[in-house]
Design a protein around this ligand. Sequence first.
Ligand code: SF4
Ligand code: SF4
Length: 183
Amino acid sequence: MAMKKRRYALVIDSRKCINCKACAVACKAENEVPIGNFRNWINEEHQGEYPKLRIDFEPEQCHHCEHPSCVRVCPTGASWQRKDGVVLVAEDDCIGCRYCMIACPYDARYFHEESGTVHKCTFCTHRIDGGVLPACVETCPSKVRVFGDLEDPASRIHELLSTRRHHVKEPQTGNGPQLYYLV
Ligand code: SF4
Ligand code: SF4
């Protein structure tokens, strides 16, 4: 029987974010991310001056791009993309040249000093392949992130993208980012 086509993505409702950073902490614990490195983070935009000060929070991480420049530039094939769209690094094949770090428009990768290889968000494949949500999605108290399969018309992510206005960051890169921000 043919395998069902999947395309994993994230919808992010930044307005719900309270900058508690539980997502970043959960990711670090789940994926043993070294001190000083992050696989996800919160951008802050400050507007106005005290007392009329406004701060907007925007969670970000690897966009698991449809046409990932990190994969294109990798000389060994260590950076690769699964059929369901998840972009990964095969550690055994990574020579630590860091071309992918330079090619990523979102600065979503870091160099792991101990292993001498590049690491990034994996969408928690070790969890999602068993039907469990990524750690950041599960942990967020404000339910900012919705993870799901764009190919599944019954999914929440499909419903949100069909009914709510949204945008992607830096579409001009041609990478086809798969983090969708509600507006
Ligand atoms: S856990 Fe949720 S609310 Fe907290 S910082 Fe992360 S995205 Fe924002
Ligand atoms: S955000 Fe960067 S690391 Fe992630 S798939 Fe796109 S180019 Fe690659």
